[in-house]
Design a protein around this ligand. Structure first.
Ligand SMILES: Cc1ncc(COP(=O)(O)O)c(C=O)c1O
Length: 285
């Protein structure tokens, strides 16, 4: 078939250019690439919580959040996570990727992204269907310039960047966004559990989590060792997401057992100051 011939030719070209990718099984090699930052994915308390929920609720959620998919575990986790980061509400999605699509697309309006923002945030800007642009990584001057051209905009950053592991100057970014009446969306995927007071993330550390101009997105798949995504912010944001966010409405809810495990991990992460200090020491090294 012509389609497969064309794709095979493209794959050959990618391979020749060294751009092919492999998704092989992991080995027992020393892990310098995984995201289980606090080692919680196999913690006995996490596994016990997940096992109990598995027994009670079965493997899958059996429906979308608005149909049969919401359990008390989902609701309790949302309240607990909101408290953890210092935001008014939080809304679960089945992955961090979908949480980003949901948050950015639902907010609408021109989107201005840090050039190092995760692929899901760039895809979210595309899905939003409005003008979008990037500013140079962590470059406040470039952000100012672009904001004056594109406003009003949503400014999208990460608190700890996934590739280089560097931090964003959140207080300065927030001041600039606020001066232009732009919302600041902060992806805390790599910061929840690893930075901030009790691992509450970068926005909590900068005192921004309860600011009405700030929206936090995160994943449960890194320091919490589980899977799922979440968007935290004011009550008006949650209402808007529940009523209109397509990746929330038309997606099967995250499995209850995974959320139960993540809830146990969140409790452990809160108390993990020593592990956080060790993680910071190793990251610096
Ligand atoms: C910054 C950032 N945002 C979002 C995601 C997506 O999260 P998930 O894997 O839960 O879909 C990732 C990585 O996976 C990430 O590094």
């Amino acid at each position: 078939m012509k389609t497969w011939d064309r794709l095979a030719r493209k794959a050959e070209l990618r391979e020749r250019a060294g751009l092919d990718r492999r998704a092989g099984p992991r080995t027992d090699a020393f892990d310098l690439a995984g995201n289980d930052y606090l080692g919680l994915s196999g913690h006995p308390a996490v596994l016990a919580a997940a096992a109990a929920a598995l027994e009670e609720h079965g493997l899958g959620a059996s429906g979308s959040r608005l149909v049969r998919g919401t359990t008390g575990l989902h609701e309790t986790f949302e309240a607990d996570f909101a408290r953890h980061v210092g935001a008014e509400t939080a809304t679960l999605y089945s992955s961090g990727y979908l949480a980003n699509l949901g948050a950015v697309a639902a907010l609408a309006g021109p989107v201005l992204l840090d050039a190092h923002a995760h692929a899901s945030l760039h895809d979210a800007a595309r899905l939003a269907g409005t003008a979008s642009d990037t500013f140079a990584h962590n470059d406040l001057g470039d952000l100012e310039r672009k904001l004056s051209e594109l406003r009003p905009a949503i400014v999208v950053v990460e608190s700890v960047y996934s590739v280089l592991g560097d931090a964003a100057p959140l207080a300065e970014l927030h001041a600039i966004a606020a001066a232009h009446e732009a919302l600041l969306v902060i992806d805390e995927a790599h910061a929840i559990g690893t930075v901030g007071p009790s691992g509450g993330g970068g926005a909590a550390a900068a005192g921004l989590a309860a600011d009405p101009g700030v929206v936090i997105t995160a994943t449960l798949s890194k320091a919490l060792g589980a899977a799922g995504g979440i968007v935290a912010g004011p009550a008006e944001l949650r209402r808007h997401l529940v009523d209109t966010s397509r990746p929330f409405i038309y997606d099967t809810a995250p499995p209850p057992a995974v959320i139960a495990g993540a809830a146990a991990a969140l409790g452990l992460a809160r108390e993990a100051d020593r592990d956080r200090a060790e993680l910071a020491r190793r990251a610096a090294r």
